[in-house]
Design a protein around this ligand. Sequence first.
Ligand SMILES: Cc1cc2nc3c(=O)[nH]c(=O)nc-3n(C[C@H](O)[C@H](O)[C@H](O)COP(=O)(O)OP(=O)(O)OC[C@H]3O[C@@H](n4cnc5c(N)ncnc54)[C@H](O)[C@@H]3O)c2cc1C
Length: 365
Amino acid sequence: MNTQRICIVGDGLSGLMAALALNKLEGLEVHLISKKNKHSKDKRTTAISNSNYEFFNEVIDKLDKKLFWPSKKIDLFYETKDQNMNFLNFNEDSKNLMYVFENDKIKKILIKEIKKKKIKTLQKNINELKDLDSYDMKVLCLGRSSKIYQSIIGKRSLDKDYKEIAITGYVNHNLKNLNTAQYFLKEGPLAILPFSKNNFSFVWSVDKDFPKKDINLIVKSKICEVLKTKKIQISNQQSYPLMLNLKRTYHKNDILILGEGLHTVHPIAGQGFNLVLRDIKKLQEILKYYTGLGMSLKSTPALEDFTNSRKSENIITGIGIDLTHNFFKQNKLLDPFKETILKNISKNNTLKKISKFISNQGLSI
Ligand SMILES: Cc1cc2nc3c(=O)[nH]c(=O)nc-3n(C[C@H](O)[C@H](O)[C@H](O)COP(=O)(O)OP(=O)(O)OC[C@H]3O[C@@H](n4cnc5c(N)ncnc54)[C@H](O)[C@@H]3O)c2cc1C
């Protein structure tokens, strides 16, 4: 069997990880295509589960562990009339629950690894899919809003505009023992993600009409109020529009969509890239099976197998996150009962165990 060629288009976290994971397979030659003249910096962090951290270690030789900040504890708070009520804590003594990394630092590591592995990289803007005709399989990791997807699968997706933005940024602080936490505040959920001893990132999802004037001051005073501190410095503040988009078709012939283009979910649960990593792991497994049999990928149902094994988890997770988001959104009818519901949740150990398991492994057992 001749070597088969796969191209990965897009050099975001999804494209870079997919290129490295598929390059591990024998009999495949992977090419990575990235856009020309890109200048945007990704000054965000990403939280990944323990099992996805293990996958990172499988894909990258000698991963620099210092770039992944571990968390053994996650605290959840709900803003009531007079306090932020701590309604749930996830603890793990023996292993870490999750790891937080800075996107730009990890992208640099992935690019370095791609160079080390001599994966061919090409710089061009792909506007027409016929430019990719010479490849046996094409994997499009073009982010959440590329128009190219429509030309492949039409409009087959579940869509929702949250009419919200996520305000993100880095915070330097001198607090002791700061845990990873999520505060369900009246204005919207605020996630606190430590990524080094004196730094954490935040993601605050608020209404899209949130006042633009004095936004930096408002954000700073909210974080100070929540963490009961006065001494913080904020940098790299950015904002992202929020939407739900769950594709119902994943591929056409030998062209596959992967990454945020397949499922864009609300960041409230920090699950977007976790789903992508599970997708990549499954794709690697399926392609290994067919190439191992010496089959030409074009003549196998590999992408159909991939769709069948990943679509239900991705859709259920996306909808589950949407329901969680709806529950915590201000709602005159539900608000009087939320405190009692949350107090009962905190007493339910089975529910805690299930949520911990799903956040780590996903739904495919
Ligand atoms: C505020 C926020 C916080 C988040 N936090 C978390 C978290 O804590 N945990 C988690 O698991 N997930 C999180 N996510 C989700 C996570 O950020 C994404 O899943 C992840 O960044 C993967 O993105 P991607 O590579 O698929 O897309 P992108 O990062 O958008 O990359 C797409 C790439 O395709 C390239 N491209 C586009 N068009 C073309 C073209 N025509 N030709 C060539 N190249 C092209 C672009 O230049 C870009 O490099 C968060 C998302 C948001 C918005």
